[in-house]
Design a protein around this ligand. Structure first.
Ligand SMILES: *[C@@H]1O[C@H](CO)[C@@H](O)[C@H](O)[C@H]1NC(C)=O
Length: 296
């Protein structure tokens, strides 16, 4: 009897979850998870440094000193890409990290952050090839399409050279949006990909958010910081939604992030993290473990 009532309540909850924000659970992260976020924030930072994109060197370095963990890992660039579109650049690299045994695809964010934020809203376009009822930001989808076949073949050959390495996609800001879209597509193509996104805007509709939340070939680390304005955009009023979980950093700029400064917030469109903050901050968008866009 009790069991039946409990099932009924769960069914009612899942119905509610379609209509209203899902219930939230919150927990602190482990040091192991925190260390990986710190590392991949630095990989995202390295994508802003042009020396890592323009074939100057195959060793990843950051001239402003914000990627010491990447430099210490002896990471080298396998491939670079740089396509310019009306909606921003699809720029970045694929690197191999022998220390952490990872293949890392990193997308650079916009070099003109203020202008990019001001023009972030766009129509949603059909992405039902990806998942039923799914729609995605039209601009970032076009940007992804300019590099989709190149990146797919780069990933394929990196994986054939390093078949035992884990695959990580990462990026900050626009780079986070492109990393999320490409991870979603390439998980569908059969790869297991962990996604580390820093200050990611919303990328698509509720069906897409639900779909990415449910993808089980790799983990989603969608990292936000205090009242960063970018994860609040484009607004839900335009039909945009966020996948789960969110990892919300609550300490301020210039503060080293400790494991009790970051909370895992579970639930599509969670309001118990960044989205529940009252103010909108552009400066909070620049600090993710480090000044992440400092090289731009
Ligand atoms: C990427 O391409 C654009 C346009 O061709 C060029 O201006 C820019 O310098 C390139 N960026 C890098 C990092 O190579």
């Amino acid at each position: 009897m009790f069991f039946q009532r409990k099932l009924g309540a769960m069914a009612a909850l899942s119905l509610l979850a379609r209509a209203a924000p899902a219930p939230h659970t919150r927990r602190d992260v482990s040091t192991a998870v925190l260390d990986k976020m710190d590392l991949f924030a630095q990989y995202s930072a390295a994508a802003y440094c042009s020396s890592n994109i323009d074939s100057e060197s195959t060793t990843l370095t950051c001239s402003v000193g914000n990627c010491p963990l990447v430099e210490a890992a002896d990471a080298t660039v396998l491939y670079e890409f740089n396509e310019t579109t009306d909606w921003g650049d699809a720029t970045g690299y694929i690197a191999v990290d022998p220390t952490n045994e990872a293949i890392v695809l990193a997308f650079r964010g916009s070099s003109d952050l203020a202008n990019w934020i001001a023009n972030i809203d766009a129509d949603l376009v059909d992405a039902s090839d990806l998942c039923t009822g799914c729609e995605v930001h039209s601009g970032w989808w076009k940007t992804w399409e300019t590099v989709a076949s190149t990146i797919t073949s780069y990933v394929e050959s990196a994986v054939s050279s390093y078949p035992d390495y884990e695959i990580v996609f990462t990026g900050h800001s626009l780079g986070a949006a492109l990393a999320a879209i490409s991870a979603t597509v390439l998980r569908d193509a059969g790869y297991t990909i962990d996604l580390y996104d820093f200050g990611q805007p919303r990328i698509g509709n509720l069906a897409l958010a639900d779909y990415i939340t449910s993808q089980d070939s790799g983990s989603n680390y969608r990292i936000t910081h205090t009242d960063d304005i970018v994860p609040k955009l484009p607004p839900e009023l335009l039909g945009y939604h966020h996948f789960s979980p969110e990892y919300w950093i609550t300490s301020g700029n210039d503060v080293t992030v400790a494991d009790d400064d970051i909370t895992e917030v579970v639930g599509v469109d969670s309001t118990a993290g960044n989205d529940g903050t009252l103010l909108d901050s552009v400066s909070a968008h620049r600090w993710y473990f480090i000044y992440i866009s400092e090289c731009s």
